[in-house]
Design a protein around this ligand. Structure first.
Ligand SMILES: [Zn+2]
Length: 175
């Protein structure tokens, strides 16, 4: 995950060694540093028989299809985080997300592979809203869930969430 990082953030010596899959220990001062899984949220927004995809504006995977969402901030609940992201990225307000499932993901950014746990919610809209792509969303695309080009989907967690959604939409009484 962080093979290139070997200097201790505490004593500054070249003595940081991998201690587990997510921790490093300084051989000189015993400083212990964790890089834990980050929480992230995303929404499958359904209207009629199509799902909203956010085309990624920037790295990683610029131009690929993603679900709207993002990283959970410090001291924020998953629901607060999702409502904030939907407003920031789409201008979408006044929705009631329901929890669907979660999948792990790897998010490479600026030379570091961040491990995330993506919490996926779903939202059903009665009407197609007027939305404005902003923040890290370049454009909005509505696609039928059976017609999503999987090679154009940005992340493994999103591909797995789409599979879960397709397999469970009848049971969940999603249109
Ligand atoms: Zn040290």
């Amino acid at each position: 995950m962080l093979r290139s990082i070997s200097y201790c953030p505490h004593c500054g010596e070249h003595s940081l060694q991998s201690d587990s899959s997510k921790s490093w220990r300084c051989a000189r001062c015993d400083f212990l540093w964790y890089q834990n899984t980050a929480a992230a949220v995303a929404a499958i927004i359904v209207q009629a028989d199509e799902i909203l995809f956010a085309v990624r504006a920037g790295a990683p995977q610029a131009g690929k299809l993603d679900l709207p969402g993002g990283f959970v901030d410090n001291d924020e609940s998953a629901e607060e985080s999702l409502l904030r992201e939907l407003d920031e990225e789409l201008g979408l307000k006044n929705v009631q997300p329901k929890y669907l499932c979660s999948f792990p993901n790897t998010y490479p950014f600026a030379g570091i592979e961040y491990k995330t746990l993506d919490l996926i919610y779903w939202i059903e809209l009665r009407q197609r809203p007027r939305l404005q792509a902003a923040d890290d969303v370049a454009a909005i695309r509505w696609l039928h869930p059976d017609a999503v080009p999987m090679e154009a989907v940005a992340f493994d967690s999103v591909r797995r969430a789409l599979g879960y959604f397709r397999a469970n939409r009848k049971r969940l009484q999603i249109a």
